[in-house]
Design a protein around this ligand. Sequence first.
Ligand SMILES: NC(=O)c1ccc[n+]([C@@H]2O[C@H](COP(=O)([O-])OP(=O)(O)OC[C@H]3O[C@@H](n4cnc5c(N)ncnc54)[C@H](O)[C@@H]3O)[C@@H](O)[C@H]2O)c1
Length: 259
Amino acid sequence: MTDRIRLDGRVAVVTGAAGVIGTATIRLLAERGARIVAVDRKEADLKAAIKELPVSAEALAIAADVTQEDEVADYVRASVDKFGTIDAFYNNAGIEGDIKPIPQYSLESFRRVLDVNVVGVFLGMKHVLPVMLKQNKGSIINTASIAGLMGSPYIAVYSASKHAVIGLTKTAAWECTGTGVRVNCVCPGLIDSRMLSTIYQGRNGGNAPMPIEKMVDRIPARRLGHASEVASVVAFLASDEASYVTGSSYTVDGGRTAA
Ligand SMILES: NC(=O)c1ccc[n+]([C@@H]2O[C@H](COP(=O)([O-])OP(=O)(O)OC[C@H]3O[C@@H](n4cnc5c(N)ncnc54)[C@H](O)[C@@H]3O)[C@@H](O)[C@H]2O)c1
């Protein structure tokens, strides 16, 4: 499709690639011609996600924990060894943690969420940026959330961690001043996914089906988002079409935060 954003030959590293949004993103980036390095701590799920890619896709799957600096350094090195460069980095792995009010929130879970969502994003940029700065070119896209733009009951640390991702994004964009490296983030809203359903169940104490109609009442688009719709914005930010876009937080939320 010539009228779509193309990423032919570009090397895209995606963390959290075995998850709902990560899997949709590696598929879309591969369809647009990118060579893929898919990173996740869940090896079996990662292999399954890679199998779904178009047969023509060149892809490398790497099992790694984004909170472990040696494993981050290893996946960055392996990407460069295999493909020679990193053009786009989708720094996406994240967890929701406990779904509880602050007085009941365990310190252990608090620290774990910060470790994955903030330290993981930091370490990814720490190790990918030198590769991109050396070639004076590249696009980093971090996954924040609309919970990084507003308060979100029962997921206080998740919300705090996503506010931090936006801060890291803006700061990294400034640190890349005068270079060809751009740093942005996406802020997905209510995406039809396991994570959304887990947060809903945690807030409402049970296994009741999500009342979609009620949930979309405050969304101008009047529906949940699809993971592929987050992937589309990532593809845009990864591409040269976004050449003047850096330091931005792109909401992909059907207008949920437009109020
Ligand atoms: N689903 C939503 O509605 C939604 C909304 C806003 C933001 N987000 C964000 O989007 C991103 C992807 O979410 P998703 O819905 O695909 O969730 P998901 O749980 O389906 O996928 C997350 C993936 O990250 C991986 N991961 C977690 N910890 C890791 C670690 N330490 N090292 C390596 N991999 C690790 C998991 O194994 C999983 O495959 C997350 O950052 C999430 O916070 C999701």
